[in-house]
Design a protein. Structure first.
Length: 304
């Protein structure tokens, strides 16, 4: 009888990128702290990890790390002030990020790429499979993905990536997977990966999005992975090696995601996330939707 696979309890959230697409907003503030309606983007990501049962969270931070740490810590002064005023509603909002998970932080130093950021998690993760959630990738909480990925990892072993079908003209923005079918709907075996291919060279329309469940073998592979595209150590290159040689931490499977997802590091997607989530919020939605309808119907046509 084979022993059951080790349970996944640790999540790693790389949040040390430079965020150059969002300058100057990200000059002194990590892009993960930009608000999506009234919570920083990173809070949605940590909530997603805990909703999937991952309560040990390691955040990979870099320069300007303070706001990230502070957000998941107590703010006694603020709590005391709201307490004195008897403002229980705001007090609970301040506190909601305090006890989401057991938070740990490690600094990446030089941002030498996503692969290098993941490698910084090696001492904390040890020899168990673990999840990686990119801090600027927001998966709508109503479309759970991570719990499905951990389930697939428990069933097949190895590593699991999240795949999203995109239009051919968009594929050059993503890592792209060559896939073959397996015996389960919505899951594919990944046979190869290419980082940001031209549409003509892309092996499929499946883009890799920012959720992974990785075998700890990935660390050894990353140690040997030379800098790739853009001089950065690419996680995609390590996953490619694991897909080709499953003894390194594969096989690699892909879970197809067709829910709502926003790249909050991209200005257009960031705005779409805010408008959509605000429209759908019970407290803000009715007023905001009424304004938006007026704006789109009356004022916007004059801009074109
Ligand atoms: P991006 O590719 O979005 O890079 O990183 P970036 O530097 O943050 O943003 P731009 O392109 O300059 O605007 C994907 C994820 O990997 C993390 C980022 O924080 C983001 O969550 N990352 C990237 C690191 O933690 N370290 C790195 O060295 C690079």
């Amino acid at each position: 009888m084979t022993s059951p696979r080790p349970r996944i309890s640790k999540a790693v959230i790389p949040a040390a990128g430079l965020g150059t697409r969002f300058l100057p907003a990200t000059k002194a503030t990590p892009k993960e702290m930009l608000p999506v309606v009234d919570r920083p983007a990173i809070q949605y990501v940590v909530e997603e990890a805990t909703a999937a049962g991952l309560t040990d969270v390691l955040m990979i931070t870099g320069r300007n790390k303070r706001p990230l740490e502070d957000h998941f810590d107590r703010n006694y002064e603020l709590e005391e002030a709201l307490n004195r005023k008897g403002d229980d509603e705001r007090l609970s909002r301040v506190r909601e990020s305090n006890d989401l998970a057991t938070m740990h932080y490690v600094r990446q130093g030089d941002p030498r790429g996503l692969g290098h950021a993941v490698l910084c998690a090696a001492p904390h993760v040890g020899d168990q499979p673990f999840a990686v959630l990119l801090g600027d990738d927001l998966i709508d909480p109503r479309d759970p993905l991570l719990s499905l990925m951990t389930e697939v990892q428990q069933a097949y072993g190895g590593s699991v990536v999240a795949l999203m079908e995109v239009a051919p003209e968009q594929i050059h923005l993503y890592g792209c997977a060559a896939v073959e079918p397996v015996d389960r709907d919505g899951v594919r075996r990944v046979t190869g990966l290419v980082e940001k291919p031209a549409a003509a060279d892309a092996p499929s329309n499946y883009a890799i999005i920012g959720r992974y469940v990785l075998d700890p073998g990935v660390f050894e592979v990353l140690r040997k992975t030379p800098p790739g595209r853009g001089g950065e150590i690419q996680l995609t290159d390590a996953l490619q090696a694991m897909a080709l040689d499953p003894s390194l931490g594969g096989p690699v499977h892909g879970v197809i995601f067709s829910g709502r997802r926003y790249d909050t590091g991209d200005k257009g997607d960031y705005l779409r996330a805010i408008v959509r989530l605000a429209c759908e919020r019970p407290d803000l939605g009715p007023d905001f939707r009424a304004w938006l309808r007026r704006y789109v119907g009356e004022e916007m046509p004059n801009l074109e």
